[in-house]
Structures are given as structure tokens and as C-alpha cells.
Design a binder for this molecule. Structure first.
Ligand SMILES: [Ca+2]
Ligand SMILES: [Ca+2]
Ligand SMILES: [Ca+2]
Length: 275
């Protein structure tokens, strides 16, 4: 520990492999994006640290810059996705900088980003409880463009089921009768779920790929897997595409499914199954 110019105690002489734990409570029902801010200082280029929530990395490669002195403070900011409930936030020091220390940390702050609120759909306080056999892809979270999904334009081209940017088609692949269609490269959808147990889940996506393409799964903002879907024979020819190990801790998580590269045509997506 050291004292900064205000006489406030800060964490100093930090080395790789050390960590700090903070118990936090997120009182809301939904998963919100929070801005994480750390006030840091380092004489010479500092080291790196990452953040873990309940043992799972939620932000990595945070670099403490050269601030010109051990008591010259600057702020580091990143966005983290925090599900509701009580959590252990760990600040884990990874590498040291040019002077043999990671750097000094004076304070950290978590501030809710109210412009990025998302809830499960259709019932805001009832996320699907995993394992779950068939979450319709059209039940992506509420919250809109850039928060719960990204679509190339602001219109649902068919006008079916939901009046938002995501394009929805009719299908017989799922009993609810609707799938996300007209998926183009760069588009993504998010689903808030509740994992009933801490373990790895097998995730199966029902996909129909016109010309094939890349699909990626992120959990709470961290990539957990990606793969390439071969052409399936058209936008109504659905196949199961498996991710064999998606680790989830017990509690609420946001699953993001992203498609292709900008400009590609991907196809359709009818459901998600977590086993
Ligand atoms: Ca989001
Ligand atoms: Ca659209
Ligand atoms: Ca689209």
C-alpha cells in the first residue's frame, strides 16, 4: 500500500499473479452494461491486468500506461456486462511493466450504463432456465439495435412477429412458426439466460446457411467459440450446429450469436438448445 497526494491509500508494488477481490451486488433484474473505471499510475510503462467475475474472465489485457510517476493518476475504462445478483469481482495482475511492477491502483468504480439496458423476451424477469430444449431465435432480448442485436438496417423486412430491425421469416422448422432470416454478415443477436448449474453446456444452434459462413458465440462479452457453417441448401434447410463446450457459472448470462463478415449473406436461425 502507498499514499497518494490526497493522503488516500492506494494499492502499490503490484506483481504478476497477485489479485484483489471485491464483493459486489447488482440489484437489478436485467443484465446491464457497466463502465469499469480504474484510477491508475505507473512510472514507466506499466503492466497488464484482467477482470474476473465469479472466476470467469470478463475483460482482459487492460494495460496501465506510463503516467510519468507513481502518484500521477489517470483513468482506464472498459465496458463489462454484469448479471444480477451477488458476485465476486477479481482484479488479477498478469504482467509487470518496465520497472518490475504492474502499477498503482487508487480506486475502481462500476457505473451502470442506462443507455444499454436489455431484458429477456417476452418476459423481462423470466430468462429461459438452462438446460433448455428450444429457445426460439426470434426471442432475442429487448433493448434494440446495438444493445440486444445488430442488424444491417432498422426495418424488419417481412414485418412479421416483432417490429424491430431484425428480419423475421415464417418457417416450419420450429413450432412457434418464426425464424430470424435475411441474416447478413456482421449481424448479431443476444439472449439472456439463467444457468441452473455451473458446468459446461452443449449449445446447438439451428441454422440454415445459403452460402455458408462464420458463426461465433460470446458469453458476457467474451468469445467462447466460433466455427464455419457449410451451405445447407437454402434459407429453410436447417441443421444443428454444435458448440460442444460453453462454460457457464450458475446465474444469469448474456449469450451473443454473431454471423459472418460484413457484406456476406448468411441465412436463417430458428432456435438455440442448451443441454
Ligand atoms: Ca448487450
Ligand atoms: Ca433488417
Ligand atoms: Ca438482417
Amino acid at each position: 500500500m502507498a499514499r497518494d497526494c490526497n493522503g488516500i491509500t492506494s494499492v502499490s508494488w503490484t506483481r504478476a499473479g497477485e489479485w484483489l477481490d471485491y464483493s459486489i451486488e447488482v440489484p437489478e433484474l436485467a443484465t446491464y452494461t457497466h463502465r469499469f473505471t480504474a484510477r491508475v499510475a505507473s512510472l514507466g510503462v506499466g503492466g497488464t491486468f484482467h477482470l474476473e467475475l465469479d472466476g470467469v474472465t470478463i475483460a482482459s489485457g487492460l494495460q496501465i500506461p506510463d503516467t510519468g510517476g507513481w502518484q500521477n493518476w489517470t483513468t482506464l475504462t472498459t465496458s463489462v456486462s454484469l448479471p444480477p445478483g451477488e458476485h465476486e469481482l477479481r482484479l488479477h495482475f498478469d504482467t509487470v511493466g518496465s520497472r518490475g511492477f504492474v502499477g498503482n491502483i487508487d480506486s475502481i468504480q462500476l457505473v451502470r450504463d442506462d443507455s444499454a439496458i436489455q431484458f429477456p423476451y417476452p418476459l423481462a424477469n423470466q430468462p429461459p432456465v438452462l438446460p433448455y430444449n428450444s429457445i426460439p431465435a426470434v426471442r432475442f432480448d429487448t433493448g434494440g439495435e446495438d444493445v440486444a442485436y445488430h442488424d444491417t438496417d432498422a426495418v424488419n423486412e417481412s414485418g412479421l412477429y416483432r417490429a424491430e430491425g431484425v428480419d423475421i421469416i415464417s418457417t416450419t422448422d420450429i413450432s412457434t412458426g418464426y425464424a430470424v432470416g435475411n441474416i447478413r454478415g456482421g449481424e448479431w443477436l443476444e439472449y439472456t439466460v439463467y444457468a441452473s448449474q455451473t458446468r459446461s453446456y452443449v449449445l446447438a444452434l439451428r441454422l440454415a446457411a445459403t452460402s455458408g459462413g462464420r458463426v461465433q458465440v460470446d458469453v458476457d462479452g467474451m468469445m467462447q467459440g466460433f466455427g464455419w457453417v457449410a451451405p445447407t441448401g437454402g434459407p429453410q434447410s436447417f441443421v444443428n450446429f454444435f458448440f460442444n463446450s460453453i462454460p457457464l457459472t450458475q446465474g444469469t448470462h448474456v449469450i451473443r450469436v454473431s454471423f459472418g463478415a460484413d457484406g456476406d449473406t448468411f441465412g436463417s436461425f430458428s432456435s438455440l438448445r442448451f443441454q
